[in-house]
Design a protein around this ligand. Structure first.
Ligand code: ADP
Ligand code: MG
Length: 280
């Protein structure tokens, strides 16, 4: 967010009072217009160079507010995953700007981008990507180990996350002992256990049957109702029907943006779990 310069830098030295006013003003501004979680400004992404260059995104601008629930739809090759990878800080725009929680990611180095990924983002992929021969609990505890949490605390939070996705009874099961739908719910628990600002899912139901897809979408619905911001990619209309906003992508452009329900009004669950102040 760009804040006005403090008055003593912009002009003659000031007393405490104008300073206090400007703080009150920016407080009022931030209440009136909360920072979007995601802001893409005229993003272009080009892969390769010269004759081999492919323009996957051709000037995409998009804002997503906290607590929204967004489905991104479009044909194969339209640029959905490219957009998701940029939003997920896994790739950077060739041109344009990407801000997450008001932070301009173009000024961040690799290490800082990794920190943003760990603190602010939870990922769910089509292929589950669980570690085999490690229990559900172990898989969900992993991101907390990276965050430096101690054993007992990790366990408590991983258990709570698995309960949230309806797997409280399968803590000790290994991925190969679980159905595809259950494995994907473990992956969702792993994505949300660090209390990220944003949960990103790239075709999360792509490998699931109808029944397991519906179960998974019910989990996303509950997470959003509890205040989580969710952005998912799908090309299935019945999956997109769960979202509150549907964005259409075609040939690297946003061609549709339809609001179907208001964002959740609830404060996020597990919001500050990582710093220990809130419990599910
Ligand atoms: P979607 O997820 O909608 O199927 P993608 O974002 O994966 O689309 O791809 C958009 C376009 O960019 C496609 O033409 C694809 O071939 C191309 N593309 C994606 N990733 C790469 C890459 N790493 N190198 C070169 N071209 C790529
Ligand atoms: Mg894709």
């Amino acid at each position: 967010m760009t804040r006005p310069l403090p008055r003593h830098e912009a002009g003659p030295p000031a007393e405490a009072q104008p300073e206090a006013q400007s703080e009150a003003q920016s407080e009022a501004q931030s209440q009136a217009q909360p920072e979007p979680v995601i802001r893409l400004v005229s993003v272009v992404k080009t892969y390769g160079t010269g004759e081999a260059a492919v323009q996957a995104l051709r000037g995409v601008s998009l804002e997503v507010a906290e607590r929204d629930y967004v489905a991104i739809m479009g044909a194969s090759g339209s640029g959905k995953s490219t957009m998701m990878n940029i939003i997920g800080c896994l790739d950077v725009p060739s041109e344009g700007q990407f801000l997450i929680d008001g932070i301009d990611t173009s000024v961040l180095d690799e290490q800082q981008l990794a920190t943003v990924r760990n603190r602010k983002l939870g990922f769910v992929f089509q292929a589950f990507n669980l570690i085999p021969r490690m229990t559900a609990l172990g898989n969900v505890e992993l991101p907390l180990s990276y965050a430096g949490l101690r054993g007992a605390e990790r366990r408590l939070r991983a258990e709570a996350a698995l309960q949230l996705v309806g797997l409280g009874q399968r803590l000790q099961a290994q991925p190969q002992q679980l159905s595809g739908g259950q494995q994907q719910r473990v992956a969702v628990a792993r994505a949300l256990v660090t209390a990220p600002s944003l949960i990103l899912a790239d075709e999360p139901t792509g490998n699931l049957d109808t029944r397991a897809s519906a179960d998974l979408m019910n989990v996303f619905d509950r997470l959003n109702a509890a205040g989580r911001t969710i952005v998912l990619i799908t090309h299935e209309a019945d999956v997109a029907a769960h979202a509150k906003r549907v964005i259409g992508v075609q040939d690297g452009h946003i061609v549709a943006d339809r609001r179907v329900a208001e964002p959740s009004a609830n404060p996020p669950l597990l919001r500050r779990a990582v710093d220990g102040t809130v419990r599910p």
